[in-house]
Design a protein around this ligand. Structure first.
Ligand code: PLP
Length: 423
């Protein structure tokens, strides 16, 4: 995703495709606060769900609900087949070498914790370095802080420049004694798409593993394991139009084999005695207890939905809409967009002089505009930017230029209101 600056766009070629896409999302017809059409610009928090996902969830609970991997009755077999079909779908979508490399988790957060425990507890020694970046979501920071405390490992981070890109000038130095690099593919605050392939190549040259947090990039179909060449990759279903409560950890099979399980319980075992147990093969070793069955099946439907889209068109549209939104927002006096990466997605965080993000979000909500205000689960980065909270509008494939215009009009109205009231 790259965004050469030019906000003058003719949207007409895209319009039929985007209108057709919007018809797949019943929630986009909603009105809020009485008669205000919903304008949903909080997609980096979670994306809306197409009929294809809603129908699969409904059908599963209406026709095939049963537990997986244990029953030998008709419904159990149907449920297991659908659950495992999702694994195949995800594996082929990511370009994974084997379905065994796909572990279903409850989300990105659990996937990263799984690696921090299953790999980190077993293989890290005091003094080993874990390298993250200054733009991480707490999900990709706290598990490593906790691991460093448990093992005596050292946590270090790649700095971010004033433009919101990674400063890789000291990377080779930082990689000495680093065992794990864990970085986000796309920042949920700055929108920056990081040069993961380059970081992976340099990390591997130093013998370090790389985990990619793809929570924000997977929804934009930017994840190809053959290209990224990373060792682990994590994402959540709900940000790519699937259900909440489900996510994916990809791991190189040989690494997953070597790791310890994260959670213990049913279905992750091979043999159990009173004193001891042996583990099931991967990926089941990491899927203790009843998994989020309907959610996994819904995730499969969401991935199939993503696969059905013409990404040449949607990437071009998303780039144009992001550029347009940034240009329109920056035309507002006193508004600063944080993050100027040339390669970026549609998470656009900004601050406005003399206007608190929570006040702004509250007033925009009255106009039907759903945006995010706060620290976006990235407190160190937000503080680094000199703030305690920001406002974020995050775009997805179904957003329209007139929704961006409505946001800009809304912000101008709120500014005007506070100007009148506070002088
Ligand atoms: N990583 C990034 C970059 C995110 O944006 C998020 C969620 O906003 C997460 C991780 C955590 O995802 P989840 O809460 O679905 O586990």
């Amino acid at each position: 995703m790259s965004n050469p600056a030019s906000p003058m766009v003719d949207w007409s070629d895209w319009r039929p495709t985007i209108d057709a896409l919007r018809r797949e999302f019943p929630i986009l017809d909603r009105k809020v606060h009485g008669d205000k059409p919903l304008i949903y610009l909080d997609n980096a928090a979670t994306a809306q769900k197409p009929k294809a996902v809603l129908e699969v969830l409904n059908r599963f609970y209406t026709e095939s609900n049963a537990n997986v991997h244990r029953g030998i009755h008709c419904l159990a077999e149907e449920a297991t087949e659908a659950y495992e079909a999702s694994r195949k779908t995800v594996a082929s979508w990511l370009g994974a070498p084997s379905e065994k490399a796909i572990v279903f988790t409850r989300g990105t957060t659990e996937a990263i914790n799984l690696v921090a425990h299953g790999w980190g507890n077993k293989f890290l020694k005091p003094g080993d370095r874990i390298l993250v970046t200054e733009m991480e979501h707490h999900s990709n920071l706290i598990p490593w802080q906790m691991l460093a405390r448990r093992t005596g490992a050292v946590l270090d981070w790649i700095p971010v420049t004033g433009d919101g890109v990674l400063d890789l000038s000291r990377l080779d130095e930082q990689l000495a004694s680093t065992r794990m690099v864990s970085l986000t593919h796309m920042s949920n605050v700055l929108g920056t798409v990081n040069p993961v392939r380059d970081v992976v190549a340099r990390a591997h040259a130093h013998g370090a593993l790389v985990l990619v947090d793809a929570a924000q990039s997977a929804p934009h179909s930017l994840v190809d394991l053959n290209e990224l060449d990373c060792d682990f990759l994590a994402f959540s279903g709900h940000k790519l139009m699937g259900p909440t409560g489900v996510g994916v950890l990809y791991g190189r099979p040989e690494l997953l084999e070597a790791m310890d399980p994260f959670l213990g319980g049913g279905e992750m075992i091979s043999k159990v005695t009173w004193q001891d147990a042996t583990w099931a093969d991967i990926p089941y070793k990491f899927e203790a207890g009843t998994p989020p069955i309907a959610e996994v099946i819904g995730l499969g439907a969401a991935v199939r939905f993503l696969q059905s889209l013409d990404w040449k068109v949607f990437h071009a549209y998303s780039d144009a809409l992001t550029r347009y939104a940034i240009a329109q927002l920056e035309s507002i006096d006193g508004l600063v967009v944080h993050g100027k990466a040339p390669d970026r997605g549609g998470a656009i965080s900004f601050s406005i002089r003399d206007l608190h993000p929570h006040d702004l979000a509250h007033f925009l909500d009255q106009d039907g505009l759903a945006i995010r205000a706060g620290h976006m689960c990235a407190q160190p980065l937000i503080h680094q930017l000199g703030h305690s909270a920001l406002t974020r509008a995050s775009l997805y494939l179904y957003n329209l230029p007139e929704e961006v215009d409505a946001l800009v009009r809304g912000i101008l109205r709120v500014k005007e209101f506070f100007h009148r009231v506070l002088g």
